[in-house]
Design a protein. Structure first.
Length: 155
């Protein structure tokens, strides 16, 4: 699975680990079109190389008030190099680093920590995954948790 480490120069979520993505623009037909455009801008992913599998539940962020519509896609293996990697081209203005982390590592219970937090008088679960030294938390971790639940239902 591909994660981005956001540039420390960005206004929102600087330095955090997240999935590629961003705002839906007026020129985008829908959330999948926005996701493909943003993934191209951020990491150089060509839309022709992706099969959109579907969308997950909307995920609100607690601090910024954004609502994320997660779009799940699968990269065509034929787009990979002979070394078995996709030819990523991250935007230096937005991306400090890319992290390709195996989904199987997120399934390991030892890599997940859940804490109860309070925000505006309401309790919520805060998920923290630590995989290969990378910490995935917050909205990204909640999205990942739903993806994992769906993947495990199909097993």
């Amino acid at each position: 699975m591909l994660f981005t480490e956001r540039s420390k120069e960005l206004r929102a979520h600087a330095g955090q680990i997240s999935f590629p993505g961003g705002r839906v623009e007026l020129s985008d037909a829908d959330a999948p079109a926005a996701a493909l455009r943003e993934a191209h801008e951020e990491v150089g992913l060509d839309k022709e190389d992706v099969e959109i599998l579907g969308m997950l539940d909307d995920c609100p962020t607690f601090v910024t008030g954004f609502v994320i519509t997660p779009v799940v896609g699968l990269i065509n293996p034929l787009a990979f190099t002979s070394a078995g990697r996709y030819p990523w081209n991250p935007s230096p203005a937005e991306i400090a680093a890319l992290h390709e982390l195996p989904l199987a590592d997120f399934l390991e219970p030892r890599n997940l920590r859940i804490e109860m937090r309070e925000r505006e008088g309401r309790m919520f679960e805060l998920y923290w995954y630590t995989v290969q030294g990378q910490v995935v938390w917050g909205a990204t971790a909640r999205i990942l948790s739903q993806l994992i639940q769906l993947a495990q239902e199909d097993v």
